[in-house]
Design a protein around this ligand. Sequence first.
Ligand code: CA
Length: 226
Amino acid sequence: MTGERILVIEDEVAIARFIERGLIFENYRPVIRHDGHSGLAAVRDEPPDLVILDWMLPGLDGLEVCKRLRRASDVPVLMLTARDDVSDRVQGLDAGADDYLVKPFSFQELLARIRALLRRNAPASRPEVLRFADLSLDTGTRRAQRGERMIDLTAKEYELLELFMRNPRQVLTRDVIFDRVWDYDFGGASNIIEVYVRYLRQKGEAGDEARLIHTVRGVGYVLREE
Ligand code: CA
């Protein structure tokens, strides 16, 4: 039984309706808003389980909506965009989006990404605290801690770090990381893994803290001591 509440912020009425109908058919509970301000208000009124956010919106655009959303919530955000070059993707990821779908898209692909985001964001059945060196990751609260320092993570950052923490000292290839964290091919030449490793390093290796996520050039990454 699903029934997750999915907020769709999309100004194009035909597309919004297409998504709404499909989501209802799949037993989700869609809530449709046609602009950024009312979308943010809907998040405040009743927090959704996932947000589908169009990039090109009148007034407040999708990027700005995503940034504002992130100040208050770590709900998974799937951005819809007609743009498909890497710098735009990075911009969206920097704003806090968890995933992307480029228009036009098939409804099956939209569903696959929704399922992946919801599954990743589902609370762990038995919360535990994973530890490596002075880094710990609580699978219940989904927060990390380095020494005494608490680290807030977005949904995708958490998944990537959890993958590393569950496979310490093992080299994880880019293919494995794609497969386990993104569930599908993000587009071959995408630098999404590099972008997220950079985020994790910025948050988890601040100041003079020792490096924990090491690059294995041409292969992937490994969580290990210096
Ligand atoms: Ca639009």
